[in-house]
Write a new protein. Structure first.
Length: 255
């Protein structure tokens, strides 16, 4: 079991840092589908990895000075209260429904990656919130609140939602969006971890095994992200998410 968890952690760490999406979005369905973790344990166990992966990757991104601290601050203002509420609400939702919601979210995000591969504009445009007068401070706070609520319910750090949101709504460069997302979710995951731990949704021994593989690979993933044009990898990642989400949805529907 520990060896399998370390392998999963290696996969999670690299992909999470490269795409800025945190680890729980990937780990939850894998733990549930292949290792048969109970639904709520599969949700909560990978959550602390979000903090560890982000810390490892941010050590790389910080040197490049591409983190938008203003948007990160506004994200946390709306996201932290919402993630606490969402985490608490998860106790009232059945594990099966949470798993089906997770598969749906993965499908939508995968479809977004595929769509962006063919239709997005070049990532060279850098327009932040403060440079666009029509963006009011309530706008990013509102987006963060919605993401935080969903993230809390699904025990997800939120990066899988924030990266597309930063790119689409604030026209961030993709690498800047990834770096800013990692900072935001690393802090938002703290209260989320606390609530899910108190609810008994974590197996910390499994978390530690996942971290052994995830942390060093997160550093490598961030390094490669800064040096690589990720269009092809984004396409492959999107297709993988779509295929796996369909499989996971059908598997959980029959369970």
């Amino acid at each position: 079991m520990n060896f399998e968890l370390i392998i999963i952690g290696i996969l999670t760490g690299f992909i999470s840092a490269f795409f800025g999406i945190g680890g729980s979005s990937i780990d939850t369905p894998i733990l549930r589908a292949f290792l048969n973790f109970p639904p709520h344990i599969a949700l909560g166990t990978p959550l602390p990895l979000t903090i560890l992966i982000a810390a490892s990757a941010l050590s790389v991104y910080k040197k490049e000075h591409i983190i938008d601290l203003r948007i990160a601050q506004l994200t946390l203002t709306g996201g932290i209260p919402a993630v606490l509420i969402g985490s608490y609400l998860s106790k009232f939702i059945s594990g099966k429904i949470l798993m089906l919601l997770t598969s749906l979210i993965l499908f939508l995000i995968g479809a977004h990656f595929v769509y962006r591969r063919f239709y997005r504009k070049q990532d060279s445009i850098k327009i932040t919130l403060m440079e666009k007068r029509e963006y009011y401070f309530l706008y990013p706070i509102g987006i963060a609140a919605i993401v935080g609520l969903i993230s809390g319910i699904l025990a997800n750090g939120g990066g899988i939602f924030f990266v597309p949101a930063y790119v689409l709504f604030f026209r961030m460069d993709i690498k800047q969006a990834i770096a800013t997302s990692l900072l935001s979710v690393s802090i938002m995951a703290l209260p989320c971890c606390l609530v899910h731990y108190c609810l008994g949704h974590m197996d910390l021994k499994s978390t530690a095994a996942l971290a052994v593989g995830a942390v060093p690979m997160a550093f490598l993933g961030a390094k490669l992200d800064l040096r690589t044009r990720s269009k092809t990898l984004e396409l492959l990642f999107g297709i993988t998410l779509i295929v796996f989400s369909i499989y996971f949805f059908l598997d959980q529907l029959d369970s």
